[in-house]
Design a protein around this ligand. Structure first.
Ligand code: UD1
Length: 420
């Protein structure tokens, strides 16, 4: 059932908001459960649409799962299928993460080629090239990638760009391969490091996660594990900006790992937001007076995350002067700009850079989410705009933000959900 959110803006938000487990850490973890048959227990798993979609795929492959509170039990003892169905794969790009684990564990995988998506072309050539170098035979048949290999062989792979899911896929593939795999120019995101930790716990011989080069010596067998998912740094960044939007706000964001957010926290300080550490995992954000404009350039971790640029754009519409956001990862990640401009923002996009002139008051308007983070940005804009903002396509927001309505309502936000 399609729904819309109706947000009454400019309500002061006060209180604590807790960050859930990281969606982008759970998705590869779900795929990794295929590497060793058995029972896994994942803790702090967010109940978001993308996680349910990956679980539906896993079920189709023959696994069972039980999801109670934030604990997810997965049983992969009876996998009987290596083919990911198009209806599910087309809903989630991360379905490509099944390539590495399926071919490594079962010698075969059939995964629909993910189509282009709204934020950019997002090809998967690095995944394909890496697996081919490891000896896999890859064919495209009727829109599906058919990958076969009797035994993957360790080799040296140099990624053209430190792609997150390509690094994760190749790490999983290498854990059961013959000999050593070296992945150079690997992604260093905390979610990649988390996957490395899980694989290591499963018995994999893996070194260098979080560095440029990852070394994996293949093992004959791995074992299932229990593991706790790391906090979601993008959700945390979203709520830190939320707390900084209005002077009256007094928001403490809990379950934040500061070391995952160094660049966004520095940017918030540059903008003039006070960041107060309440305890090791809690941050109070406070806005006082005029906000400074700033320059943001998205880059692989530890650079500024592309997923947070739409969120920061909303804050920068309230800063005094010219701000610049340069997007280096996804070519279509400025679709939210047109919606923000309809609310009264003054943003021009030139090539890969959005130029924001501020401050501009935002006016409540009907708006449409174009992707997950764009949707979150429009939600934030609605919370600082006057009158009422109606957000359409909210299913996209629910792909990655657990209980967002409940969490924000507890802070005092006035939000209604209506079925369309
Ligand atoms: C992951 C995240 C996503 C985040 C992104 C960047 C998951 C499930 N998703 O996506 O939320 O926005 O990292 O931090 O973790 N590229 C290629 N060929 C490839 C692979 C990637 O050209 O085979 C390019 C992409 O088009 C993009 C860049 O590399 O320009 C980085 O993309 P990548 O890190 O792969 O993003 P995802 O892993 O898809």
């Amino acid at each position: 059932m399609e729904r819309k959110y109706i947000v009454k803006g400019q309500k002061p938000l006060k209180g604590e908001i807790e960050v859930s487990g990281a969606k982008n850490a759970v998705l590869p973890a779900i795929s990794a459960t295929l590497l060793a048959p058995g029972i896994y227990k994942l803790k702090k798993v967010p109940k978001v649409r993308d996680v349910f979609c990956m679980l539906k795929i896993l079920k189709h492959l023959g696994a069972d799962f039980n999801f109670e509170k934030d604990e997810l039990k997965i049983n992969t003892q009876n996998i009987n299928n290596v083919s990911v169905p198009y209806e599910l794969a087309s809903q989630i790009r991360a379905s490509v993460l099944f390539l590495g684990s399926l071919v490594s564990a079962f010698g075969e995988a059939e995964v629909p080629l993910p189509g282009g998506c709204k934020i950019g072309k997002r090809p998967i050539d690095f995944h394909e090239k890496g697996l081919t170098l490891m000896g896999a035979d890859i064919k495209l048949k009727h829109g599906n990638l058919i990958v076969k290999s009797n035994k993957l062989k360790g080799c040296e792979i140099v990624l053209d760009f430190p792609s997150v899911t390509a690094t994760e896929n190749l790490m999983m593939a290498a854990t059961l391969a013959e000999g050593e795999t070296v992945i150079k120019n690997a992604a260093k995101e905390p979610e990649v490091v988390f996957l490395g930790k899980m694989l290591k716990k499963m018995g994999a011989d893996i070194k260098g996660c979080g560095e440029d080069t990852i070394y994996i010596r293949g093992k004959k067998k791995l074992k299932p594990v229990n593991i706790e998912i790391i906090p979601d740094r993008i959700e945390a960044g979203t709520y830190l900006v939320l707390g900084a939007l209005l002077e009256e706000n007094e928001v403490v964001v809990k379950n934040v790992k500061k070391e995952y957010l160094e660049t966004p926290l520095l940017k918030l300080q540059e903008i003039g937001i006070t960041i107060k550490e309440i305890d090791k995992r809690s941050i109070l954000v406070k806005r006082k007076g005029i906000l400074n404009p700033c320059k943001i350039i998205t880059a692989p971790y530890p650079g500024f995350p592309t997923d947070l640029q739409p969120i920061f754009a909303v804050l920068l519409t309230q800063a005094q002067g010219l701000s610049f956001i340069t997007e280096n990862l996804f070519e279509n990640r400025f679709l939210y700009v047109y919606e923000l401009n309809r609310m009264g923002a003054n943003i021009k996009v030139e090539d890969r850079t959005a130029i924001i002139t501020g401050p501009t008051p935002l006016a409540g308007s009907p708006v449409k989410a174009t992707d997950l983070r764009a949707g979150a940005a429009l939600f934030l804009a609605g919370l600082c705009a006057d009158n009422t903002t109606t957000i359409y396509n909210v299913e996209l927001i629910e792909r990655g933000y657990e209980n967002i309505i409940e969490k924000l309502s507890k802070l005092g936000a006035d939000i209604k959900i209506e079925v369309i």
